[in-house]
Design a protein around this ligand. Structure first.
Ligand SMILES: [Zn+2]
Length: 252
């Protein structure tokens, strides 16, 4: 079984494969670290002048890069329209919209799988992504960062947030403040300072959540929400999206 995202894509998906040589000895990919056996197709470890992700390479001294990394680096789609995706051996799914993220965070695929989010233009994210071998605790490549999710904690937080929502927050806040207040439905109890959800470590309690806590309301639910890491609080927002359903795979 391939143990890197690049090698999984090259093995299972119809992309144009790039290779220029065959390995003279057992080696590993200088980019993703995946194994390269003697005699197998691979590419010389040559990077373009504009390449700036040297610190993300598995081994700059390796003479080879694998067919997967050579192909993904040559295929600009993986830095553009295919930079926010969920990758499994069977399919590649969109992971850019809130509802798509919500679906896969609630229903992570059978391992192995990768979850990748490109947050700026022309960003190398796919070959840098970890391959998840466990759906109870998995990671997402979020631009230059890695987000770690404990699925059971996230699901408990989804239930807690929905249970708070079910109690008509607008009415509760209006009663506390004495001013008519409307809180948007299915809104996260955390706020984020960046609109595009490009960073995970920006969450703070929403003002209405602080007010409810101060009044001692929904203690049990807030205890479940206190268990979240900031990465999981970031992920919760997607899980609260309306009309979550499984997206169609992307045809390459
Ligand atoms: Zn590789």
């Amino acid at each position: 079984m391939p143990l890197t995202v690049s090698q999984m894509i090259a093995k299972h998906h119809p992309i144009r494969l790039v290779s220029s040589t065959h390995a003279e000895h057992d080696s590993h990919c200088g980019v993703c670290g995946g194994t390269i056996a003697t005699g197998s197709a691979c590419d010389d470890m040559v990077l373009t002048k504009s390449f700036t992700n040297q610190n993300d390479l598995a081994d700059l001294a390796s003479p080879y890069r694998c067919v997967g990394c050579a192909s993904i680096m040559a295929d600009n789609r993986f830095q553009m329209q295919l930079s926010s995706v969920v990758i499994t051996p069977k399919a590649i799914y969109p992971f850019a919209k809130k509802i798509d993220r919500g679906f896969f965070l609630i229903n992570p695929p059978e391992p192995p799988f990768a979850m990748v989010v490109g947050v700026s233009k022309q960003q190398h994210v796919v070959w840098r992504s970890p391959l998840n071998l466990n759906s109870r605790r998995f990671q997402i490549q979020l631009g230059d960062d890695r987000v770690a999710i404990r699925h059971s904690h996230l699901m408990e937080a989804v239930s807690a947030a929905k249970s708070i929502q079910a109690c008509d927050i607008s009415a509760a806040i209006t009663a506390i403040t004495g001013r008519k207040t409307k809180i948007k439905e299915n809104t996260s109890p955390f706020t984020f300072s960046d609109m595009k959800s490009a960073r995970s470590r920006q969450n703070e309690w929403a003002w209405w959540a602080l007010l409810l806590r101060k009044e001692g309301k929904h203690d049990a639910e807030f205890k479940a929400l206190d268990e979240l890491t900031s990465d999981e609080a970031w992920a919760l927002d997607f899980c609260l999206a309306d009309d979550i359903k499984k997206p169609e795979p992307i045809s390459l």
